[in-house]
Write a new protein. Structure first.
Length: 111
């Protein structure tokens, strides 16, 4: 039973990661940035997202610093929302449980 549970959790985690990457890919494409293969590689997927946000690529280093990474992530997502033509205040959804699950699909699939 323990191995089955671990495999189930791994499968769900993989499915969520693939969905996250697909949504990020759609966001990049809608903003005119070709994400290429980088969007599917952990940490490297920040490169196309930072390009969409028009932020320098070296800011990936700041994602490795605790607390600073939260501030940079919020700034990045505010700029991505604005690049998609949405309000920057939409980022508040990231903080609200359950609502944060619809944030990325909303940005990816809305017109």
């Amino acid at each position: 039973m323990g191995l089955g549970l671990v495999l189930f959790i791994l499968l769900i985690s993989l499915a969520l990661y693939v969905f996250y990457c697909f949504c990020a890919k759609r966001i990049c494409e809608k903003c005119g940035v070709n994400p290429g293969v980088l969007i599917w590689i952990p940490i490297a997927n920040l490169v196309p997202l930072l390009q969409v946000a028009k932020m320098p690529i070296w800011m990936i280093i700041l994602f490795l610093v605790p607390i600073i990474n939260l501030i940079i992530a919020i700034i990045m997502w505010v700029k991505i929302c604005q690049a998609r033509g949405k309000s920057g205040w939409l980022v508040i959804l990231l903080i609200i449980p359950i609502a944060n699950l619809i944030f990325l699909p909303y940005l990816a699939f809305s017109e």
